[in-house]
Each structure stands twice: as C-alpha cells, then as structure tokens.
Write a protein that binds this ligand. Structure first.
Ligand SMILES: *Cc1c(COP(=O)(O)O)cnc(C)c1O
Length: 406
C-alpha cells in the first residue's frame, strides 16, 4: 500500500464521516445510527460552547485536581545519564489516572443530552471505577459491563464500583474480557435508546467517540506543551506514552502533532514477545479490520477472528487501538514500539526506587522505552513521558511476578 500524502496538518481529522484516512468511521447496526447521530449533533454543539468548557474546567480544577504537574524526574535523569526526563503527572488526578478527564467530559455531555442512565464497559476496572465515580457525583444510575474473567481477577475494583453505587454486570460471552464487555455495552445501548448514555473508556468505537475522547484527553498535551515552554523555554525532543486503546497517548500527542521537531513514540504491550500470541501489539503485529464500530489495526488470527491479547498490565490488553493511531502509524508521524512485560516490570521497579513514585504498569511501559533511548541522547535534550496513572492498583500483580506474597 502507498503511504498517504503528508497532510498540511495532522490535527484536522476526522472528516465528516469520522474517517482518519482509511481508519475510523461508524460501522454500527442500523438501530444504533440515530443515537450516534444524536450524540454527534450534541457533541458538535458543546465542543465550542463556552459554558460547557467553563463547567468542565471548573470540575477538572476542583474535583480532579488539574492542571497535573510536569515534573522533572531528576533521579531517573541522573540514573540514565542522558537527556532530561520529565513526567506528566496524570497519576496525581482524582481516581489515580487520566481516565477521569474523559469521564468528566462525557458525564457533562450526558447531562446536556438529558440522559438518565449511564452504561460503561471496563476491562481491569479502571474505567469502570472512573465512570462509577462521575455517575455518583452527578446522581446517575450506572451499569458497568465487565467480562466474567475480569470480574473474578479484579475484585477490589468490582467492590469499589459497588461502593460508588454502580451495578456491575458480568459478561460470560467469549473469553469474558474487555472486548466482550464492550459488545455487551453496545447491545444495551441499542435496546435502551431513549434514556441511556454510553460512556466509552478510550479513543475508540464509532465516530464521534474517538474524536470526543481525544479532545477531552488533549488537556494533557495542551498543559504539557505550555508547561515545558515555561519550565525549559522550548519544546521537548521526544514525547512517549503507552497505548492501550490510545486515549492517554492521543491526549498527550495531539497538541504536538504539527511540531515537526518533536519525535512522538507510542508504546504497545509487547507482552512475552511478538513471535507468539502473548502480546497486545495491534499496530506492530495486527492488520486492519473492523471492531466496535470502527476500522483500525486489530489482533486477528488467519481467519480474521479477533484474538485476546496479553499484557502484564490489564489496561493495555485491548486487541485493537483507536483509529487515529492507526492513521498516525501509516502516515509515519508517530512511531509505535513494543515493550515486553519484563522490561515494563524493570522500569516499574526502577522508577519506584529512584523517584519514589510507584507508576501504573501501563505507564511503566512508556518509562521502559525512555530507559532504552535516553542514555544515548545529549544532556541538553528533553523527553516527556506520560505517567498515565499510579501503580497502587498493580502491587498484587507485581508481587506475584516477583514471586512474593503480600
Ligand atoms: C486504562 C489505562 C491505560 C490505557 O488506556 P488508554 O486509553 O490507552 O490510555 C493506560 N494507563 C493507565 C494508568 C490506565 O488506567
């Protein structure tokens, strides 16, 4: 396939059909189409609405704790002996990750649309908890679809959601993981057309979700860009973020896409290596196909069946990726690189020791790539790593990886 022509700007997509080049779109059942169009209409209304923006900014500030800090990671920088490393501290947000940025935006949208009920999907439970949080804050009943396998292995998050007043519905279809939970949420949405808002958890799904989630998460990159200009007087040389569905990454990347001098790197879950099937590197080892309403890179077997991915970090094992990333990959603007479970675990331990920050295992993938490239960079160069979340949720996983009991 020929490379698409380089556009004047990488920041103008998607088009009216929701396409980023050949990716994205809205491949949904006919019954869902009116809902998708209604959502798009409301989104177009609010996205430049000053009152909506003001309400979101107020909540982001006083409820979520924004702006998040851009922190010079001096300990890690000294340890690596190359470029200066900065962390964008999304781990400091309320509920412990970037997910709250998206949930606050979408709950305000649901309120504007006059919806009465929130549904969401979740894998490890992080998005479920963030959704249950904003539903509690705004007084919405909330149903969270979660694969039965995930319900069994993520019991603390299931309990958190229940405390917050959400109903958790286990999904037994397929392998009982995130992909199946998302199918079930879409099914619920079709049958409860009138009153239900589907609060999607990443920059994927049918148009306009990839766009609106990106725009809610772009606060990360907008802040980081201003903060580095203020703190260093110039743009970074490289920015790095982990890619599950791709929301924290596109949030950091989007405001930098037209800064040609900034190298942009997205990190996929390399799991136990790309040779086998125990990874979740859809852009390095998958092929384009259609899932959850959009065309994008997907992990598929020879028959085109979607495969379950594997990663040490639950937040990275979605077998697809948001369509804008697929487009940025093919256009060459962003590099996508796999990091193995073991490499992420080492970066997790290193960051904890030299920075006194326990990173989420997802974020540790991004740090692991910095660990690889920073030593060969000059001391006056700058790297920003998105610290998408805190690692408290991961201590049991890490303990068992290290052969320890808590
Ligand atoms: C959910 C999650 C991710 C992955 O999701 P994206 O949509 O790719 O950002 C990454 N980091 C943390 C801490 C998460 O909770």
């Amino acid at each position: 396939m020929n490379k698409p022509a380089t556009p004047n700007s990488f920041r103008t997509g998607p088009d009216e059909q929701g396409m980023f080049g050949i990716f994205g779109g809205r491949f949904v059942a006919e019954t869902l189409m009116p809902l998708i169009l209604d959502l798009e209409r409301h989104w177009n209304e609010v996205k430049n609405d000053a009152d909506f923006r003001a309400e979101l900014t107020d909540l982001s500030t006083h409820y979520a704790g924004r702006p998040s800090k851009l922190y010079f990671a001096e300990g890690l920088t000294k340890h690596l002996g190359g470029a200066k490393v900065y962390f964008k501290r999304e781990d400091l947000n309320h509920t412990g990750s970037h997910k709250i940025n998206n949930c606050l935006g979408q709950i305000l949208l649901a309120k504007r649309m006059g919806k009465k009920r929130i549904i969401a999907e979740t894998g490890a439970g992080q998005h479920g908890v963030a959704s249950a949080t904003v539903a509690a804050r705004f007084g919405f009943p909330c149903v969270v679809y979660m694969g039965a396998t995930d319900v069994a292995r993520q019991s603390p998050n299931v309990f958190r959601m229940k405390l917050l007043g959400a109903e958790v519905r286990p999904v037994t279809a397929g392998h009982g993981t995130l992909k199946d939970a998302m199918n079930e949420a879409l099914r619920d949405w079709v049958t409860n057309v009138e009153d239900t808002y589907y609060l999607i958890g990443t920059a994927a799904g049918p148009h306009p979700y990839p766009e609106l989630v990106r725009d809610f998460q772009s606060v990360i990159g907008i802040e980081a860009r201003a903060q580095i200009l203020e703190q260093e007087g110039r743009l970074p040389d490289t920015i790095i973020a982990a890619v599950g569905g791709g929301s924290n990454a596109i949030g950091l990347f989007h405001p930098f896409l037209d800064d040609k001098e900034v190298r942009i790197i997205g990190i996929e879950a390399g799991g136990r290596g790309l040779d086998g099937i125990e990874h979740c590197a859809s852009m390095n080892a998958g092929r384009p196909g259609v899932l959850h309403g959009n065309r994008t890179y997907l992990l598929q077997n020879a028959d085109g069946q979607i495969m379950d991915g594997h990663s040490i970090s639950a937040g990275l094992d979605y077998p697809g990726v948001g369509p804008e990333h697929s487009w940025l990959r093919d256009s060459g603007r962003v590099e996508y690189v796999p990091i193995l479970d073991d490499e992420a675990l080492e970066a997790f331990k290193l960051t904890t020791r030299v920075e006194g920050i326990i990173p989420a295992l997802e974020s540790a993938h991004a740090i692991a790539h910095a660990v690889k490239i920073v030593p060969a960079m000059d001391k006056d160069q700058i790297v920003i790593v998105n610290l998408s979340g805190r690692g408290d949720k991961d201590v049991h996983t890490v303990a068992s990886m290290l052969g320890m009991e808590i």
